[in-house]
Structures are given as C-alpha cells and as structure tokens.
Ligand binder design. Sequence first.
Ligand code: ATP
Length: 304
Amino acid sequence: MSDEMAIITDGLRKSYGRVQALRGVNLRVKRGEIFGFLGPNGAGKTTTIRCMLDLIRPQAGLIRVLGIDPQQDPVAVRSRVGYLPGELNLEGNMNTDEALHYFADLRGNRIDWGFVRELAQRLQVDLKMPFKNLSKGNKQKVGVMQALMPRPPLLLLDEPTSGLDPLMQQEVYRLLKEAQAAGSTVFFSSHIISEVEALAERVAIIREGVIVEEVRPSQLASMTMRRVHVRFREPVDWASLTQLEGVSALSKGDATHVTLQVEGEMDKLIKTLAGLPVSTLETEHPSLEDIFLTYYRSEKAEAH
Ligand code: ATP
C-alpha cells in the first residue's frame, strides 16, 4: 500500500512541554493528488509538516514520506520534497537570484534555471533585489519558487498563499495544478476554506491536534453556515423565506431588508429570491471557526 501513498502518518503524537500539539494524527495522501490540510491557528499543521521532514521528532507514531521513514533517512526525504516553511528567512546580503542558487546548492538538486526565470516572471519577482529588502509577500513568492524549482515528486507547503494578493494567489494555484499535472503530489496547509475549495481534491480537517474529518472540498460548502443580507427594491413579505429548509432570520429588519442564516446549500433560497424584487444580496463567508462552532464542539469545552 505504501507504494500508492505519498504520505502516511499513523498515530502521530507530539507535545511541547505540557502543550499537546498532535494527539494521534492519521493521514493518507495518495501519490499525484492535491491534498489540503485545513485547520485554525495552533491546530498542529506546521508541527505535522515538520515531523514529515524530521525537523521535529514526534514522541510516537509512524511516518512514511514517498515510502521513506524520515527518521531513518531525513536527507533522502528532504532531497525529494519541495518544502515551503511558514516563513522564509535568510541572513546576509544575497540578492534573490543568489538566494535561489543557495537553496539549490543546499538541496543538491539539479535545477532548470529557465524554469526558475519563468517562475520569477509569472510571480513578478525581481531576481536582482536583495532578498532581505523584499516585502513579506515577495519573500513568500521566493519561498514558493524554491519549493517548485527542483520539480520535486512531493510538495509540502505550509500556507502557500499567505500574504499574497488575490491575483498572485491564483497564479500559485495554477502553478500547483501544473506541478500536479507533471506528476507531483501536493500537500498544503491552510486555514482558508475558499483556498482549499479552489485547489484541493481531498481535505483533512485538523483541530486541537486531531483529524476531525476527511472530506471532498465540495462537501465543505454543505457544512457551512452563511449569513445572507438581502435588500429589496420595495417592501415584501419575506417571512416565506424562513420556511425554506435550513433558512432562518437573524435580524428582522423591516419589509425592505433581512439578514438570513443559511445552513447548507444556497440553491433553494436563490431560486425563491429570484421571484422577489431583490436590489442587493451579500453573502458573508463563514470562517473556519464558524464551522467548528457549528459542527464540532470543542472536546475541551465539553469536558468542562
Ligand atoms: P498556525 O496556523 O497558527 O501556524 P498550526 O496549525 O501550524 O498553526 P502549530 O504551529 O503546529 O499549529 O502549533 C500547534 C500547537 O503547538 C500550538 O498550540 C502551538 O502554540 C504549539 N507549539 C508549536 N511550536 C511550539 C514550540 N516550539 N514550543 C511550544 N509550543 C509550540
């Protein structure tokens, strides 16, 4: 089975002193898939990824990365993985081009520098700029470049679009899909639902060091509560909207506007609204915390 799997973790446990960061993390990532690792701040995403590279040793559990045990052969794992850490930092006065050569030398990978120039152009990175002078977003792009540039069989990316503007986020999504089409497996962490929906084929949701769910991204939409603000061109009797399954009124407003809470898909509400004189409709995306509040009560809270 391990041949089919790019990543296996079984019962991964890691504590930092009294903080239990991982409490038995089980993952199966197939070769060739784009896998999202979704969780709020502090859930254990970074710790899990660092264990896969043996940058941190878990106290218990089994890990296989591309069939290799990272604790037995960390160099073999790291030379096959394009890793984007949460924050990329470099001492010294290297310009960005030199920084990329430095990363390439560290890994000992052969690099197609034509591909690196293409990445720089698509991500709008000035290779002549001193690395330390780059903005946070531009440092993030260089981090993405150094992960992608050896065209590794596995990409481990810790929040790949953090700090990037929406156009650049889209470019990174395209690059990751192209990497997948060329045969790479992509494992990325995120705390943004829309990012996982846009990119991943499967997603594991981690919370408080445990995987609470593994779903297809399309299922995330039906797990979420949305807030919908509707304004009408003229007074209407909107009470009928609250008869729809999963729809309730949050604020009564008056006959010209209402704020609704919608559980699950929006289809029925939108079709019903189509028969009313709607002037504006705004939907608030629920945060990951909202989903957790709705679907998973905190085990800690329940214990109290
Ligand atoms: P974020 O999205 O904020 O990066 P994360 O899901 O990556 O969060 P981790 O960084 O893995 O989460 O942290 C998991 C837990 O372990 C948190 O409670 C964090 O405070 C704690 N932790 C992480 N690193 C250390 C450390 N070096 N020493 C002590 N506690 C740590």
